[in-house]
Design a protein around this ligand. Structure first.
Ligand SMILES: Cc1cc2nc3c(=O)[nH]c(=O)nc-3n(C[C@H](O)[C@H](O)[C@H](O)COP(=O)(O)OP(=O)(O)OC[C@H]3O[C@@H](n4cnc5c(N)ncnc54)[C@H](O)[C@@H]3O)c2cc1C
Length: 338
């Protein structure tokens, strides 16, 4: 069989992770990544990039645990290697605090992070409004550094990159054998998905080099995440809101909420303000289908809709996508024999 031509649409953390995984796992494929926007202009670039999994209602917990564990282990290996600074990946320790104890005191991801434990009453004294807390070490993956690093890894493995807006998957069907859709919120138009919607998020980058531990308030509405070059503070979760411009009302609210958790932030300088639209869905779509295009059935693998957990789950769902691409190839080989 000739080389299998695969196209990946999307240059966010999902597209690049998937493209790298396919290229490295299936060297007999020639892989092209196409996207309208690249780093630093994707949603992924806005992400705080902390590894913290959301819980999706209809996906078996075992599968969600696997996505998170695969992603965590992949990034942990980078964080503990000399590539850590150039890849923008670091270990991050801190706490998640609650005003009332949550139903799930030991969540499903607690065994995948490092050193998960409940906070002591003594530790909680620092947060007088909060009664319960979890302390652990996770990972912070800064996409504005990580995406260019992944792109380099992809090109080194033989992948090709093209900047272009795709109006319909049909326009790719003559040039490629398999289409992999990692277009995030773009899937609303590209594949007519009515289930996907934006959840607007605003964050600020602040100069506060004295902060080293993250603080996250329940549900992740308010957070302080120290990173390699700055501290990311946030946030907002505005469902169905398509505005990409900074809202100064949100800026004020973020600063007030974060200073309440960490009063020393009132001395810190705001370096920049960012807005992104999380590609949200009841469940992410990681599946394959055969789509009728130009008189034939073209295999399409979808990998999008990760909402607030794209950085957290990217490598895990990319590995699943590789499995789906393999299944497509096996079917193509079978059909070629018939
Ligand atoms: C404020 C904020 C904070 C966040 N914090 C975290 C966090 O701490 N941890 C975490 O895990 N996640 C976080 N997220 C969520 C995370 O950013 C997303 O889940 C993730 O970026 C989704 O990645 P993606 O690759 O699917 O989408 P994107 O990064 O949006 O990439 C989509 C790609 O598809 C391309 N595309 C779309 N349509 C077309 C088309 N028609 N033709 C060509 N190309 C197309 C785009 O140009 C782009 O390249 C946060 C998000 C926000 C907004």
């Amino acid at each position: 069989m000739n080389r299998v031509r695969v196209v990946v649409v999307g240059a966010g953390v999902i597209g690049f992770s998937t493209a790298v995984c396919i290229t490295e796992a299936l060297p007999f494929c020639s892989v092209t990544l196409l996207a309208e926007k690249f780093s630093p202009d994707t949603t992924s670039d806005v992400a705080a990039g902390i590894l913290f999994p959301p819980k999706f209602p209809d996906i078996p917990l075992q599968r969600q645990r696997g996505w998170f564990k695969d992603s965590f282990d992949h990034l942990l290996a980078i964080a503990c290697s000399p590539h850590s600074p150039e890849a923008g990946v670091m270990l991050s320790s801190g706490c998640q605090i609650f005003k009332e104890p949550p139903v799930d005191k030991k969540p499903f991801w607690s065994e995948s992070v490092i050193g998960f434990r409940l906070m002591t009453d003594h530790e909680l004294k620092r947060f007088p409004d909060h009664k319960f807390g979890q302390a652990f070490t996770t990972i912070k993956c800064e996409c504005s550094t990580y995406l260019p690093w992944l792109e380099q890894r992809f090109r080194k493995a033989g992948g090709q990159v093209e900047q272009r807006k795709v109006s319909s998957l049909e326009e790719l069907s003559n040039s490629y054998n398999i289409i992999v859709n990692c277009s995030g919120l773009g899937s609303k138009v590209l594949v007519g998905d009515t289930q996907i919607y934006p959840v607007r998020g605003q964050v600020l980058k602040m100069e506060a080099p004295w902060l080293h531990h993250f603080i996250r308030e329940e549900e992740g509405k308010t957070y302080i995440y120290p990173g390699i070059y700055s501290v990311t503070v946030g946030g907002t979760k505005q469902e169905g809101d398509w505005r990409l411009q900074v809202d100064e009302g949100d800026t004020k609210s973020i600063l007030e909420r974060c200073c309440r958790l960490e009063p020393s932030l009132s001395k810190a300088k705001v370096l920049s303000k960012w807005v992104g639209l999380r590609p949200s869905r009841r469940n992410p779509r990681v599946e394959r289908e055969l789509v009728h295009m130009q008189g034939r059935r073209v295999p399409v693998v979808h990998n999008y809709g990760h909402g607030s957990g794209g950085v957290t789950l990217a490598w895990g769902t990319a590995l699943d996508a590789v499995g789906l691409v393999k299944q497509c190839i096996q079917e193509m080989q079978l059909q070629a024999k018939l």
